[in-house]
Design a protein around this ligand. Structure first.
Ligand SMILES: [Zn+2]
Length: 316
């Protein structure tokens, strides 16, 4: 090999190595937990939709460090996220084990990090387990399409234990697990009575437009009304900033009621799906993240069922 060729090979190798380093750096989740109350943490996700920029890190994840171990609420959107979460928890829990994982519901931004927590029992509601069994792989494939390389090595692993609603204790913290529905057919909410924090999962969104791919609006509103009777101090929503008191619950109810009215009125006015998608969004919701995108997705998810249940069959 001439010295020129050797020189060029070295340059090529350096170039490749540098680029791999850049790619690796770009694909690292930066997780900064906020201690919202003593021992109770929240990791706040991006308010955008899934993308190759955020690696699907759009949901809020929670964990509680007790004196004997950690309770983890959701595992994030990918195996890579799960690994970063594991390292982060280790840093804050000083080597204590993860005692249990609770998957709030079957959406991919909440459970696709499961692979990194197989040494702990992973709890979820029966219907969540059913939906992940039936559609988990499809959710993962869709995430590969939306978030690309971040998803490498991710498989949809089904939670291992059926969760039952009720109180339980882990070391110094007393918890109460609630089972609701409406955002999906099975939505778990964890109340840490010791620190007064409610991990509400995707039943509650804060200043981020609610997403509805598996929603039943009536049931969702009913569940939100019930949430208000839980004596929490701080609420970690599934998406958006942590809030005090009921403000984010009321905001979520307000949006869902409006959406329900909008869809029904539009049907009664004879509008078709694309016309409904382009109707104006009231100012109090227009400032939410993803206002138009999520609204359009909701029309797409929910309007055909309203049309189908109200239109007479064509052969009559
Ligand atoms: Zn969700």
């Amino acid at each position: 090999m001439t010295s020129l060729l050797r020189g060029l090979s070295v340059i090529a190798l350096v170039y490749l190595a540098t680029n791999f380093a850049v790619i690796a750096a770009e694909l690292s989740y930066r997780l900064n937990p906020v201690e919202v109350a003593p021992g109770c943490y929240a990791l706040i996700g991006s308010e955008d939709y899934f993308s190759t920029e955020n690696g699907g890190n759009i949901a809020n994840i929670g964990f509680v460090v007790t004196d004997v171990g950690v309770v983890l609420i959701d595992t994030g959107p990918s195996r890579r996220y799960g690994a970063a979460l594991r390292r982060t928890i280790q840093k804050y829990a000083g080597g204590l084990p993860v005692e249990r994982v609770i998957i709030t519901h079957a959406h991919p931004d909440h459970f696709l990090g499961n692979q990194e927590f197989l040494d702990a029992p992973i709890y979820a509601g029966t219907k969540t387990i059913g939906l992940i069994n039936a559609s988990g792989e499809d959710f993962a494939v869709n995430m590969y399409r939306l978030a690309g390389d971040w998803m490498r090595g991710t498989e949809a692993l089904t939670p291992t234990v059926n969760a039952e609603a009720g109180r339980f204790r882990v070391g110094s913290h007393q918890f109460n697990l609630y089972q609701f529905q409406g955002h999906t057919g099975d939505d778990l909410v964890l109340f840490d009575e010791t620190c007064g924090v409610l991990y509400a999962g995707d039943l509650v969104f804060n200043a981020r437009t609610l997403s509805t791919p598996h929603a039943n609006l009536e049931e969702w509103i009913e569940s939100l009304e019930k949430l208000k009777s839980i004596p929490f101090r701080l609420l970690v929503p599934g998406h958006g900033a942590v809030t005090e008191g009921n403000s984010s619950i009321d905001q979520s109810i307000d949006y869902l009621r409006w959406l329900q009215r909008r869809l029904n009125k539009s049907f009664n006015a004879g509008l078709d799906l694309t016309e409904v998608m382009e109707l104006p969004i009231p100012r109090r919701f227009a400032s939410f993240s993803l206002a138009r995108d999520e609204y359009r997705r909701s029309v797409h998810n929910l309007y055909p069922a309203i049309e189908a249940s109200n239109l007479p069959p064509v052969d009559q």
